[in-house]
Design a protein around this ligand. Structure first.
Ligand code: 8YV
Length: 316
């Protein structure tokens, strides 16, 4: 009799890159949660020990409760604020993510947004495209080199942005839970004091309940009419309504945003402004990095089924 190996079932709960899907399909019996009828899901629920998700999706306590034998959630992304980690912990469900491999790209995009917003690169391009250059020159913009940069959250990404900003002769300050011993940059105990002392404020902290609306109206006022906010973290960290008000009233100089409160919805009020540059949550979306992120997802799932230690579990 032929020995036909039965593929393990895994449940895909959010979208993943095509190449990763192809690799997963070769090794596993992949079910797309969003394509499954309720009866089919209920019939198979007990067979899913692995859930695949991404950094933008929500994996709630209720969702986990529907999967009685769930043991691993593998997240395609470094951020895991969409996953109810407390609920996972209670049931000893392991969670893995993709740290490290996307740090450079996210820091690169932060610098790109900083330059694009302060020098108004997209606005200047529109100026040419609309034929306005034939009638005059583009208004002057703000200088980046030598400016004061405030970093919210000095983790892997914050540090990498600091390294790049140092090459622009920026003076660098930060806020975090506490001053970091291995760091010469100026520490501010409060976000308000950091914002007051910054020309550019970059959000690099994790998303989730702890940081929700951390960047509020008061912080934006402190950053001021010449200040520019950059967000490459999560939309939830910024009070988007307060941000829109500050932009509309001119009490904030500008914003460079890769993330939003209700993606893929972007408020109308943030569109078509010279001092607001927006990108569609693409900080880690380069071929090289998405390949590395995919590799980590696959390695974690393979390690789980092989009974080996997970490669990149989330910090305890
Ligand atoms: C991805 C991200 O956009 O790593 C994260 O936390 O937000 C991004 O890299 C996302 O995980 C892909 O869906």
């Amino acid at each position: 009799m032929k020995n036909i190996a039965v593929k393990q079932k895994v449940l895909k709960q959010a979208s993943l890159p095509d190449q990763l899907n192809a690799q997963l399909n070769e090794l596993y019996d992949v079910y797309e949660y969003h394509d499954m009828a309720a009866e089919e899901f209920d019939r198979l629920a007990a067979e899913f020990r692995v859930v695949l998700t991404n950094g933008e999706a929500v994996v709630s306590r209720e969702f986990m409760a529907r999967l009685p034998n769930l043991e691993l959630i593998s997240d395609f992304g470094v951020g895991y604020d969409g996953i109810d980690v407390a609920a996972a912990k209670e049931r000893e469900i392991a969670v893995t993510h993709t740290p490290g491999v996307l740090t450079d790209d996210v820091a690169d995009l932060a610098m790109g947004l900083m330059l694009a917003t302060s020098r108004q690169i997209p606005g200047a391009q529109r100026f040419i495209e609309q034929g306005a250059w034939l009638k005059g020159s583009y208004p002057w913009t703000r200088k980046v080199s030598g400016a004061r940069l405030g970093i919210i959250g000095m983790g892997r990404i914050g540090r990498t942005i600091a390294k790049r900003a140092a090459a622009f002769d920026m003076s660098i300050a930060y806020t975090d839970r506490a001053a970091l011993a291995d760091m010469d940059y100026t520490f501010h105990a409060t976000l308000l004091s950091l914002a007051e002392a910054s020309d550019f404020l970059v959000v690099c902290t994790n998303g989730g309940a702890e940081t929700r609306s951390l960047v509020n109206r008061e912080v934006l006022n402190a950053l001021g009419a010449e200040g520019i906010l950059i967000n490459i973290s999560r939309g939830s960290v910024v009070d988007e309504r307060a941000l829109i008000e500050a932009i509309e009233e001119g009490t904030l100089g500008g914003a460079g945003l890769d993330v939003f409160t209700d993606e893929p919805q972007v408020p109308q009020a943030l569109l078509h402004r010279e001092n607001v540059v927006i990108t569609p949550h693409m900080a880690s979306a380069t071929w090289a990095t998405r390949k590395e992120m995919s590799r980590l997802v696959l390695e974690n799932v393979n390690a789980y089924f092989a009974g080996e230690p997970l490669v990149t579990p989330i910090p305890q």
